[in-house]
Design a protein around this ligand. Structure first.
Ligand code: ADP
Ligand code: MG
Length: 454
């Protein structure tokens, strides 16, 4: 029997439950002839939707409530396969997935030719795709809606919005000499958008891999990552480094990826949280990092100026002693900016040494030192990120830091598995105490990079 459509419709908001402090609504819905019930709370800025208990375990196993409008199948492969078949009237040729990423340490080092240490996370973009005989692209995002264009419509600045990431990935592969034709593509994602976990790279990498498998192209993950990056740089117009796409393409489960952003040499470093009894938590502050653009460009210019004064090709080539000796020459601000970069590179390599020595539980202080350096020397933190880090440490975290470009987005906290609930509770309480919007706290596991699933 064919599974029920994932596009379950909620019929009416029937009963207001009247719980104090919440705008609490009971919604009736159905998938085909099968009825169910959802409870929907609106609490301040956030809305939570969940199944009512007597809706039955089958519902909660097979479906997750995305909003009051839409239920999704729990299995994203099944979800995109059905969505593809419903929308395009045929079966996909294959299904591919690519993960978001979290950067364990190595922040603002990539544009200084330095080191980064990301992991792929167990949140991903899943796509179902099939070739077309013409040059049309029909794109369906279960989160963002539908777009239609032709291959000749794709070029720098020509594709608006989310379709640019998908169309850009195909354009970029075509620039490698691959004869790329039209595509029908349906996608779904559980990578939080705009939180600094790189939903954009996940989207590009999943599309590059699908298009490569269907139309041909290079096999090397490093080459494919560069193709995905070009889509973001040239078609979307975001001047990002290579870390996100490398992490999404090349990571393997249970490891972090040591990437030398100068040579692009990547090494897998064991990162077995379970064996160490530890959990890596993401604390999503919900604060947009969009304001960071100007500051990001300014930090890049400061690093280039510091490298010129130090007479090195990039800050990667300077040591902490070089920077200390040039304090007067650099001046107060450039001195602090350069000190962050050189100490951060050293911390990345020290974390790698400890991981290789099987001392995962000893990396916490280096994560926290990275945060302090980003907060005080590089000045890219935010009150929400500082609160997250301080509260996570107070609650028993071994180390914590902001991750991503800064000014918002997410913090990471490394904690003993037994302390995870306490960390989440104490961080949430600290946010409430400061009058900040409630953060989202969740565990991430080092996952596999982009691959074909079916
Ligand atoms: P981040 O990579 O940190 O999540 P970005 O601003 O770089 O933030 O990328 C977010 C953009 O990626 C979204 O605005 C949207 O255009 C695109 N995107 C992410 N997830 C999806 C999705 N599920 N469907 C369509 N587009 C998506
Ligand atoms: Mg991004």
């Amino acid at each position: 029997m064919r599974p029920p459509t994932p596009a379950a419709r909620c019929t009416t908001g029937t009963a207001r439950l009247g719980n104090p402090g919440y705008d609490d609504v009971l919604l009736m819905f159905s998938v085909g002839q099968v009825p169910g019930k959802l409870e929907c709370f609106a609490d301040g800025g956030s809305t939570m939707v969940r199944f009512v208990d007597d809706t039955g375990p089958e519902w909660s196993r097979r479906y997750r409530a995305m909003s009051t409008e839409r239920l999704a199948l729990t299995d994203p492969v099944e979800e995109v396969r059905i969505a593809f078949a419903e929308r395009f009237g045929r079966e996909p040729e294959g299904i591919w997935a690519a993960p978001g990423r979290a950067n364990l340490i190595g922040e603002h080092t990539d544009y200084n030719d330095g080191f980064v240490l990301p992991l792929a996370i167990d949140h991903r973009v899943t796509v179902a795709a099939a070739r077309r005989a013409d040059d049309r692209l029909r794109l369906l995002s279960l989160e963002k809606g539908e777009r239609e264009l032709t291959l000749s419509d794709i070029g720098p600045g020509l594709v608006e919005g989310w379709a640019g990431y998908v169309a850009g990935a195909m354009w970029s592969l075509a620039r490698e000499g691959v004869e790329v034709g039209g595509l029908d593509l349906a996608l779904t994602s559980d990578v939080p958008v705009g939180s600094g976990l790189s939903s954009s790279a996940a989207l590009e990498c999943a599309t590059v891999l699908a298009t490569r498998d269907l139309y041909g192209g290079p096999g090397d993950p490093g080459r494919l990552a560069l193709i995905a990056q070009r889509a973001e740089n040239e078609i979307v117009g975001v001047p990002s480094g290579i870390m996100d796409q490398m992490a999404s393409m090349a990571c393997i489960a249970g490891h972090v990826l040591l990437l030398d952003t100068r040579s692009l040499v990547a090494e897998q470093v064991p990162f077995d949280l379970d064996a160490a009894g530890l959990t890596l938590l993401v604390i999503d502050t919900g604060v947009s990092h969009a304001l960071a653009d100007g500051a990001y460009a300014e930090r890049r210019r400061a690093c280039e100026a510091a490298a010129r004064l130090l007479e090195v090709p990039a800050l990667r080539d300077a040591t902490e002693a070089d920077v200390a000796a040039a304090a007067d020459l650099l001046g107060e601000v450039l001195h602090r900016r350069a000190r962050h970069v050189v100490t951060e590179n050293a911390r990345v390599l020290e974390v790698v040494d400890r991981l290789r020595a099987g001392r995962l539980d000893a990396i916490g202080p280096l994560l926290t030192a990275s945060h302090v350096s980003l907060r005080d020397d590089y000045e890219v933190s935010a009150p929400e990120l500082d609160t997250a880090v301080e509260a996570a440490l107070r609650a028993g975290g071994l180390g914590a830091r902001m991750t991503g470009a800064g000014f918002g987005g997410c913090a990471l906290a490394l904690a003993p598995a037994a302390e995870v609930d306490a960390v989440a509770r104490i961080v949430t309480a600290a946010f409430a105490g400061q009058g900040f919007r409630a953060p989202t706290v969740f565990a991430v596991h080092p996952a596999h990079g982009a691959r074909r699933l079916a």
